[in-house]
Design a binder for this molecule. Sequence first.
Ligand SMILES: Nc1ncnc2c1ncn2[C@@H]1O[C@H](COP(=O)(O)OP(=O)(O)O)[C@@H](O)[C@H]1O
Ligand SMILES: C[C@@](O)(CCOP(=O)(O)OP(=O)(O)O)CC(=O)O
Length: 190
Amino acid sequence: MAFPKLILLICGKRKSGKDYITELIHCRLDSSICVVLRLSGPLKEQYAKQHELDYDRLLDATEYKERYRADMIQWGEERRTADPGFFCRQIVQDVSQPVWIVSDARRKSDIDWFRHHYEEQTVIVRVVASEKTRRQRGWQFTEGVDDSQSECGLDDGVNFDWVITNDGQDLELEAQVLRLLTFIHEKLLH
Ligand SMILES: Nc1ncnc2c1ncn2[C@@H]1O[C@H](COP(=O)(O)OP(=O)(O)O)[C@@H](O)[C@H]1O
Ligand SMILES: C[C@@](O)(CCOP(=O)(O)OP(=O)(O)O)CC(=O)O
C-alpha cells in the first residue's frame, strides 16, 4: 500500500462545490505531486457493468447520473456494509503521488478507514454552501437521496480539520484555498 504525506478527504452536500474546490487545489499542484481520487469511481464503474449502463455518463453532472443516484447509493451501501473498506482500497491502489485528494467522502466508514490506515496523513475538509446557493447551482431536495447516509452521514460527530465556505464570494474562497495550499506545501516540506 502506497504511503502519502497528506490525504485530504473532501466532504460536503450535493452542489456544495466538492469537485470545484478539488480542482482549484489540484490545478495548482503538479500532477507528480497531487492526485484526485474518487470513491464514486469504482462504484459507478461496477454499477454500470452490472446494470449495462454508460459509465462515462454516470461520471457527468447530468440527469442521467441523478436518475440512478438513489439506486447507486443503496447498491454501494450494501457493499460497504459487507466490507467498509471495499471502495477505499480500490482507489488507493498503485497511487504514487504524495498528496491525495479524495473528493467525495460521504460516510464515517470512509473516514474511519483512512484514519485507521493513514492516521497522521488524513485531514478532513468540509465544503459548505447555503441551500440557496446550492439551488442556484441546480440542486433540489430529492427524497431517498438528500435524507440518506450518502448526504447526511457526516452531518454529526465529525471534527472537520478545515471548513471551506463556498457561497459564491470568489475572493473569500480564494483566500481559503490559498491557506489550504500553504498547509499542503508545509506538509510536503516535512
Ligand atoms: N465558487 C464557485 N464559483 C462558480 N461556480 C461554482 C463554484 N462552486 C461550485 N460551482 C459550480 O456549481 C456546480 C456544483 O459544483 P460541484 O463542485 O460539482 O459540487 P459537488 O461536487 O459538491 O456536487 C458546478 O457546476 C460547479 O462548477
Ligand atoms: C452513489 C454515489 O457514489 C454517487 C455520487 O456521485 P457524485 O460523486 O458524482 O456526486 P456529487 O458530485 O456529490 O453530485 C454516492 C454514494 O452514496 O456513494
